[in-house]
Design a protein around this ligand. Structure first.
Ligand code: 9MR
Length: 372
């Protein structure tokens, strides 16, 4: 079986190519080209249901070189019923990528969210069942998505949030790890098992551990960084085939940032021989907004320049945002993260109308820092 490439978005894609060329002629190069000129790969999350929208598609064509499916490669989408695989939503992203010469990354093989109900129920049946379901999922997905996807988030968000974090609900935990159906079925070794199972099926795939809440300068962020480091050290020490750490970088303006502790963490990760990627960048604005859009956008841009500049200085070469335009962001639709004051977070490079904001420019500046 291979990834079926539906052609239904190709008309939209051709139009998008035209619009993107027009946009580039008017506005200069997009982030994809500017990043590439600096030896960096820039990309974004894509929602397949929006690919028919020519403006959305044109933004992708102009700005992104690497695409990651926002939901289409999660378990609920790929194996909605046990043993029945559905590659059509992922296939429309793959055909769009192919039509425009873009690369894909995969997200996510093992996660405690976006699980179909049958999976949650079956995992409760114990270790043997969990192990065979994981094997069957990888057998169904990895050969089918090869060669389009050469980099997968194998395990997502396995580390528990630490005490005292006022922004994120405390997660039930067993030691450093989040208490999930996978942990309950297989014990703490499930992470190592997942990486080994992925490597057995594809020797050259890049295998990434992906998590959030690792960028800020607070005691709870530092504690989570130490938890992630302990996990990565344990995996590397056991010769477990993990290749990279994905920093989601869902940044919070209400959380302070200082480059030093973040850089020290990235150095420690790099010393383990792992690559570092920024996988889901966006910014949640402060509860108390600065007055006026220019001040708001400047605050977001300043934070992005610092965080991404630090990551690039520490050898990160891949940066993805979680969407391009504020209006398409989960920050504009998920009740947990939406603003309570009726405003929409301006946490992505393009505004609602698709205009490039200060955050777009901040990325350009950050991409340039590593040259100097
Ligand atoms: O943005 C995604 C949203 O549209 C989905 O409904 C949700 C569940 O599949 O996942 C969101 O993406 C998350 C990502 O997969 C993992 N890191 C946090 C992202 C935002 O919640």
């Amino acid at each position: 079986m291979s990834l079926h490439l539906p052609r239904r978005h190709l008309f939209g894609a051709a139009l998008a190519g035209l619009l993107a060329r027009q946009a580039a002629a008017q506005g200069g190069e997009g982030l994809a080209a500017i990043a590439r000129d600096n030896g960096i790969t820039f990309g974004t999350a894509v929602d397949s249901t929006k690919l028919g929208d020519a403006t959305y598609a044109a933004q992708l064509v102009a700005e992104a070189q690497l695409l990651v499916p926002e939901w289409e490669a999660k378990w609920a989408a790929l194996q909605p019923r046990q043993g029945t695989f559905d590659f059509s939503p992922l296939g429309s992203i793959a055909s769009f990528a192919q039509a425009h010469g873009k690369q894909l990354r995969g997200h996510a093989l093992v996660w405690h969210e976006a699980m179909p109900p049958w999976l949650t129920e079956s995992l409760a049946e114990g270790a043997a069942k969990a192990r065979s379901l994981l094997a069957a999922h990888l057998d169904g997905v990895l050969p089918a998505t090869r060669p389009a996807i050469r980099d997968w988030d194998v395990v997502n968000e396995a580390v528990a949030n630490s005490e005292g974090n006022p922004f994120t609900a405390r997660t039930p935990a067993q030691g450093d790890l989040r208490d999930t159906p996978w942990l309950r079925a297989l014990g703490p070794g499930y992470i190592e098992e997942a990486f080994r199972a992925a490597r057995e099926r594809d020797r050259t795939l890049r295998l990434t551990y992906n998590d959030y809440g690792l960028e800020g300068d607070t005691p709870w962020v530092e504690e989570k960084r130490q938890r992630v480091l302990r996990l990565l050290r344990r995996l590397v020490g056991a010769q477990c085939p993990v290749d990279a750490l994905g920093l989601q970088a869902h940044l919070l303006m209400d959380e302070p940032f200082r480059p030093e502790p973040f850089a020290a963490f990235l150095r420690a990760v790099r010393e383990l021989g792992l690559a570092v990627l920024v996988t889901e960048l966006d910014v949640r604005e402060a509860r108390q907004l600065p007055a006026g859009l220019p001040a708001r956008d400047a605050a977001v841009a300043g934070r992005v320049r610092q965080v991404i500049g630090t990551a690039l200085e520490q050898g990160c070469r891949t940066v993805l945002t979680w969407g391009l335009s504020d209006k398409d962001s989960w920050l504009a639709r998920e009740p947990d993260v939406m603003r309570k004051d009726g405003q929409v977070h301006r946490g992505l490079p393009l505004d609602d109308a698709g205009a490039r904001k200060a955050m777009w420019q901040a990325l350009v500046t950050a991409f340039g820092t590593r040259r100097g």
